[in-house]
Write a protein that binds this ligand. Structure first.
Ligand code: ADP
Length: 456
């Protein structure tokens, strides 16, 4: 069932119940009023007969019968009886219309309660006690409220017809309003359908910016903008990656072609092969980093998460960095910990190793003294790692951008690299629920501080 029909039905049920309750209350009130009015009329008729018979000496029961039978205010099929204290009938106006005579139990009950009302097969009966001097009489008046009941029935029929017409109208009005209320949604759906992966620059047109649908459209536009950025980053990444991969490949093939032009001495062959090997190493490193980046970005690495000791990661990374260049120096300082588990993080060892190696290698690569200072500290919930160097520092305007893939600041001088190390470092830190900050000034070294949550 679609929302439009559901809304219309809900509206219908609600309005029908309210209308039904209102009509029922009006009908019940009208029925009460009819009953009260008829009881009042029966009481007046009974009182009138008893007063004339018992208090007006000139009127006896025969004269009274004549007067009353001619009365224009008689009730339809009216019967009035008056009984004395010994249950003797002193007056009867009209016949019993097939009803049994009042029993002595009924008369005793009326004397006891003072008044009595009954309604049997539409014939209504009112009995009440009437005092005259020392004598107590019981007056019983009964009749059929033909007009009152007919009026009530007519009223009920009108109300039922009005109710049924009202319910039908409410359904159609409800449907109409639901359709009107949802027509902007249909327009939005249509606009959403017009946007494909290739035209993420399109945006939903807003009529206003206040209602809920406008908020939805705004959120959708924001989502589109983020997707567009993400697609752009991805496109740039692929373009940069292929460029970075092609450069060493071109260099290698160029060197080999030149080498093959003429016969060479073995020293020349060796020099050329070393250069090719260096390019091959760079290629290897680049493809490793691209692979790790892809792993982190797709979340594939998260499946291999487990407890990893950060001090061990540091030592292994240090050995690897020292092997890269004989001039590199790495000093590691680890704060005393009470328990070995204080240095545990929940993560992927290969990624954490790559993160530390990149930071250490950068420190050694860019600093003149080729020295990196590493501090590892454990606090209540986190483990913090600092990588310091006395290198050239990083300009403020470059500090955000160096974490972007393939961005290299102007301070690199002649150092080789692809600009992908720090972006990989940041992705790894974030995928482990940590954070990374940089404190650096041009000319006074850099401090990269990584905080990782401790393994629970
Ligand atoms: P790469 O080292 O291959 O250039 P990175 O992503 O590791 O790529 O670093 C990006 C840029 O950040 C570097 O090109 C350099 O400009 C700057 N950078 C990184 N680490 C340091 C550092 N320790 N000192 C100075 N600059 C740095």
């Amino acid at each position: 069932m679609n929302i439009r029909t559901r809304l219309a039905l809900q509206f219908l049920v609600l309005a029908s119940v309210i209308l039904g309750i209102a009509f029922a209350v009006v009908f019940m009130r009208a029925a009460d009023f009819r009953k009260e009015e008829f009881i009042g009329r029966m009481k007046d008729r009974g009182n009138n007969a008893a007063t004339m018979l018992l208090q007006v000496d000139e009127i006896d029961d025969r004269l009274l019968r004549k007067i009353e039978l001619a009365s224009p205010v008689r009730l339809p099929e009216e019967t009035i009886t008056i009984h004395d204290h010994a249950d003797r009938e002193v007056l009867r106006l009209g016949d019993q219309h097939g009803r049994s005579e009042p029993t002595s139990e009924l008369l005793a009950l009326i004397r006891k309660d003072g008044t009595y009302y009954s309604n049997l097969a539409d014939r209504e009966l009112l009995g009440f006690s009437f005092r005259h001097g020392d004598e107590e009489y019981v007056v019983i008046a009964s009749g059929l409220d033909i007009y009152g009941r007919r009026k009530l029935k007519n009223q009920a029929q009108v109300m039922l017809a009005t109710y049924l017409i009202g319910v039908v109208l409410i359904f159609f009005i409800g449907r109409f309003f639901a359709m009107r209320a949802l027509s902007p949604v249909q327009r939005l759906v249509w606009e959403f359908q017009q946007i494909g992966a290739s035209d993420l620059s399109k945006r939903i047109q807003l009529d206003n910016d206040t209602d809920e649908l406008a908020q939805l459209a705004l959120s959708f536009n924001d989502l589109l903008a983020r997707l567009q950025d993400a697609f752009q980053v991805q496109r740039n990444f692929i373009a940069n990656a292929s460029h970075e991969l092609r450069s060493p490949l071109t260099a290698i093939s160029g060197q080999l072609e030149v080498l093959l032009l003429n016969p060479r001495t073995s020293a020349e062959y060796e020099r050329a092969l070393r250069s090719v090997l260096e390019d091959m190493h760079a290629l290897n490193q680049l493809s490793d980093r691209l692979l790790l980046t892809a792993q982190v970005e797709t979340g594939a690495a998260a499946t291999g998460f487990g407890p990893v000791r950060m001090d061990e990661v540091l030592w292994v990374a240090r050995d690897e960095v020292l092997r890269m260049d004989s001039r590199y120096r790495v000093d590691v300082m680890i704060d005393e910990v009470e328990d070995e588990s204080d240095l545990l993080v929940n993560g992927n060892e290969t990624l954490l190793h790559s993160m530390v190696t990149n930071l250490m290698a950068n420190a050694c690569k860019f600093a003149d003294d080729r020295r990196a200072l590493i501090f590892l500290k454990s606090s209540t919930n986190a483990i913090s790692l600092q990588v310091r160097d006395q290198g050239p520092g990083i300009a403020t305007e470059d500090q955000e951008r160096i974490f972007e893939p393939f961005y290299r600041a102007k301070n690199t001088g002649g150092t080789k690299g692809h600009g992908i190390g720090l972006s990989l470092v940041k992705s790894i830190v974030l995928s482990h629920g940590g954070s990374i900050t940089l404190d650096s000034k041009l000319g006074s070294g850099s401090v990269f501080a990584v905080t990782l949550p401790k393994a629970a």
